[in-house]
Write a new protein. Structure first.
Lengths: 106, 167
């Protein structure tokens, strides 16, 4: 049978994949995609806990699912703003590589 | 849900998630991300969260990925040519990720509740959308309104950011 731990492991591995993407890739678009992967990994563990905590009514705990709903909304807004910043950056610098954007580097 | 289906969709999610990071072509990365999100939506449905699964497909695999692909096509990004890779930085990043992976396995291994299976639900179907809606509008009405304002602010911000300044 599938246990809670299986879902948590899948969620954790997905988070690490996203984390490695943020650390290793130098393209801003790929970094944004990896951020999405990390957010979704958190969503998966939240939904797994929601299904695991069956209340007295015999239904899953819907508070976690409402939280996931909020995360999805905020993530969509974040992607829109992030990509707008990326387009503005590309217009002035003609690059999406984080190594070429180092004006603020100490 | 049978364990076989769980592992099929979990592997689908993880393999295509890894493909997002490994692919050098941004278009291939974006399409891998779509597949990864679809696998994740199936996992949500296996947890009886049908509403969240459908939202995942509509918002992520639909809207967000169209936005990503649109920007990739608009900027006409090619696959990265073989730049010199800073091996030290890459190795450090990979090491941090692997240490984090080990931590997760250790924590889940020591977490006693994690070895239990999911408790059964009363019936074969549950009124998922109705229950999520009731929780959202009864207990979380104020946060819901605040998120609405946040989305409005994001919309205005994006329009302002992408407006070309007059010279």
């Amino acid at each position: 049978m599938i246990t809670l731990g299986d879902y948590l492991i899948v969620s954790g591995v997905l988070f690490v994949i996203g984390f490695a993407g943020v650390m290793l890739r130098r393209n801003l678009i790929i970094i944004l995609m990896s951020l999405e992967l990390m957010l979704n990994a958190a969503n998966l563990s939240l939904v797994a806990f929601s299904r695991f905590r069956v209340g007295s009514s015999g239904l899953p705990n819907y508070n976690a699912q409402v939280f996931v709903f909020f995360i999805i909304t905020v993530a969509a807004a974040e992607v829109a703003v992030g990509l707008a910043i990326l387009v503005a950056l590309y217009r002035t610098r003609q690059t999406t590589d984080v190594n070429d954007i180092s004006s603020l580097k100490f | 849900m049978s364990p076989l289906l769980f592992w099929i969709f979990a592997l689908l999610t993880l393999i295509f998630g890894a493909a997002v990071v490994i692919n050098r072509n941004p278009v291939a990365s974006a399409l891998s991300l779509v597949m990864s999100f679809l696998g994740l939506a199936a996992l949500f449905m296996s947890l009886n969260a049908y509403f969240i699964g459908i939202i995942q497909v509509l918002v992520y695999a639909g809207a967000v990925m169209v936005l990503f692909l649109f920007i990739i096509m608009l900027l006409d990004l090619r696959a990265e040519e073989g730049r010199r890779i800073n091996w030290l930085t890459s190795a450090a990043g990979l090491a941090v990720a692997l240490i984090f992976l080990g931590q997760i396995f250790s924590v889940v291994g020591h977490f006693k509740i994690a070895h239990r299976t999911f408790p059964p639900l009363p019936g074969p179907t549950i009124d998922d959308v109705r229950n999520v809606g009731a929780a959202l509008f009864r207990n979380y009405n104020l946060p819901f309104q605040i998120v609405g304002v946040l989305v409005l602010v994001a919309t205005i911000g994006v329009v302002l950011l992408s407006k070309r300044e007059p010279r």
